[in-house]
Ligand binder design. Structure first.
Ligand code: DQA
Length: 147
């Protein structure tokens, strides 16, 4: 089964960007970990990052009828993008929202998520481990599906 792991704006700067909040792992490092972990669950991870809302939406459209799950860290679009939420609702692919930081410990504007309205579950505050737990959740959902 294919799982799309989508990363939104500014996540290309991981490792450099506010490491006290987001940690020292680079996006390339996270990609390698996520792919290896996914393979361990028998999942084919397609890992992407984009700073462009429309590109993320196109990737989500591409998941419809094809991917078993979506793991998405939409970055700041989490708090602003009705368009990404609508794309996820339209894709009808089980989605887990992930954030590296605990957004509820941070500014009030990070407490609301449009993505959450389209997500099955949300994981935040656990750093890179959140992505791995999200893959485990998707693996669980896939194995619950009737054959
Ligand atoms: C983030 C949290 C968002 O509020 C922020 O805009 C990001 C990263 C996280 O992974 O903690 O870019 O999604």
């Amino acid at each position: 089964p294919i799982v799309l792991v989508l990363n939104g704006p500014n996540l290309n700067l991981l490792g450099l960007r506010e490491p006290h909040i987001y940690g020292h792992d680079t996006l390339a490092g996270i990609k390698a970990m996520v792919e290896a972990w996914g393979a361990g669950f028998g999942l084919d991870v397609e890992f992407h990052q984009s700073n462009h809302e429309g590109e993320l939406i196109d990737l989500i459209h591409g998941a419809r009828g094809r991917a078993a799950g979506i793991v998405i860290n939409a970055g700041a679009y989490t708090h602003t993008s009705i368009a990404i939420m609508d794309a996820l609702l339209g894709a009808e692919v089980p989605t887990i929202e992930v954030h590296l930081s605990n957004v509820f410990k941070r500014e009030a504007f990070r407490h609301h998520s449009y993505i959450a309205l389209a997500a099955k579950g949300v994981i935040c505050g656990l750093g890179v481990q959140g992505y791995l737990l999200a893959l485990e959740a998707i693996k669980g959902l896939v194995s619950l599906e009737p054959p």
